[in-house]
Design a protein around this ligand. Structure first.
Ligand SMILES: [Zn+2]
Length: 382
């Protein structure tokens, strides 16, 4: 499987080099069909005899991946395609010739034969293609399927969501969702491992062992976060027809707290803590998940401007900085209304969402919803 992935990476890079060279001398960009002709040459070349060993369709799929990378670049969705190193492109895809034995959790792939996988869920629909990939020393199989689904009708009420550092999200109906802060929990251990690594002789066996520990911990943290985000976004999208969030420019919020030499950042310490908490908790990923999951369920996600949502009194409308005495407490200086500050924020966000809808303004958020007609089921090989 490593050889297959290596062959695909080689073909991807070789085709990219060819396209780049042509671009430099002003020649036309080659289409997929022309690249396939080059591929046939490369496969019969005496310099790379091992390239023939790989299944012809998987190396063609690598060319398709490159085509997609170029298309994304031409349509201004992505940066210019880059050469892939080991670790960046450890995968290959079969577009056909797959036999799936769903009930026994095994799959037959061309040239590889029958293999067992850890069956995490039933595969529904007709198999379109199968991708085998390597991640952190484990091989995964992703099965893309196609099936007809009923048009979903959104269930449930509307809800506003406030994002916080102390609490990951607060719902306007008052139901809390606790933060996990997986990074912080493992932070001490991570620092310890990193310190150990730095004391070892670089590239020695002990250094490699220590390095592997650091990597493993990072992987674990990422998995905990991923699991949490998916569960939270699934729960919210299942129970609500409308979700209103703040249109936070997460990138601005997490941008360098230290500032520049001309304009040094104020309150650097507190801000870097905030940055970390936001990055740690993956707010932009959470929003991305909410967006597509709401679309799947027939619901809607809208983003409203975030100004003053933490300072407006939901009872009398008085807006003042003084309403927010501490990070956690809201107390209106106009009417005396008291509530948890995050909850007030969530209520105001929902309110703003209603107003936006009532005015009939464009509620399309800046991230357009990409709805894939297909579904991907991923499982690790047993
Ligand atoms: Zn008030």
């Amino acid at each position: 499987m490593r050889q297959f992935a290596g062959a695909c990476r080689f073909v991807y890079n070789k085709a990219l080099a060819l396209q780049k060279a042509r671009r430099e001398v002003g020649e036309k960009h080659l289409g997929y069909a022309s690249l396939c002709k080059h591929l046939t040459e490369w496969r019969s070349s005496a310099e790379t005899p091992w390239l023939k060993e790989a299944h012809s369709q998987i190396v063609q799929q690598a060319l398709k991946d490159l085509e997609r990378a170029y298309r994304n670049f031409f349509e201004k969705r992505a940066a210019f395609p880059k050469f892939k190193k080991r670790g960046q492109y450890d995968r290959f895809r079969f577009p056909q010739g797959i036999t799936l034995d769903n009930s026994n959790g095994r799959i037959k792939l061309p040239k590889l034969g029958w293999m067992r996988y850890r069956k995490s869920r039933d595969v529904l629909g007709e198999v379109r293609n199968v991708t085998v990939s390597l991640s952190h020393c484990k091989w995964f199989v992703s099965i893309q399927t196609e099936r007809t689904v009923e048009h979903a009708v959104a269930q449930g009420a509307a809800v506003g969501i406030d994002v916080g550092v102390a609490r990951f999200v607060t719902l306007s109906n008052g139901r809390p969702l606790e933060a996990i802060n997986s990074f912080r929990k493992h932070e001490a251990r991570l620092r310890r491992y990193q310190r150990r690594t730095s004391r070892k002789v670089k590239f020695s066996n002990n250094w490699k062992k220590a390095q592997a520990k650091v990597k493993n911990l990072h992987y674990r943290i990422a998995n905990i976060r991923k699991d949490f985000l998916h569960k939270a976004s699934a729960a919210i999208s299942k129970n609500h027809a409308l979700v209103v969030v703040e249109d936070l420019k997460v990138r601005n919020m997490t941008a360098s707290a230290a500032g520049t030499s001309e304009a040094p950042g104020v309150n650097v310490r507190a801000k870097s803590g905030l940055n970390k908490a936001i990055l740690d908790q993956g707010w932009s990923e959470f929003r991305r998940q909410l967006e597509y999951k709401m679309a799947w369920k027939g619901g809607k996600l809208i983003a409203v401007p975030p100004q003053y949502t933490s300072q407006i009194c939901p009872r009398c409308g008085h807006t003042s900085k003084d309403n927010r005495k501490t990070q956690a407490k809201f107390e209106c200086v106009g009417c005396g209304f008291e509530e948890h500050a995050d909850l007030v924020g969530a209520i105001n966000i929902l309110e703003r969402g209603y107003r936006l809808l009532a005015r009939g303004e464009s509620v399309q958020s800046d991230h357009s919803v990409k709805q894939e007609p297909t579904e991907v089921t991923q499982a690790a090989f047993a």
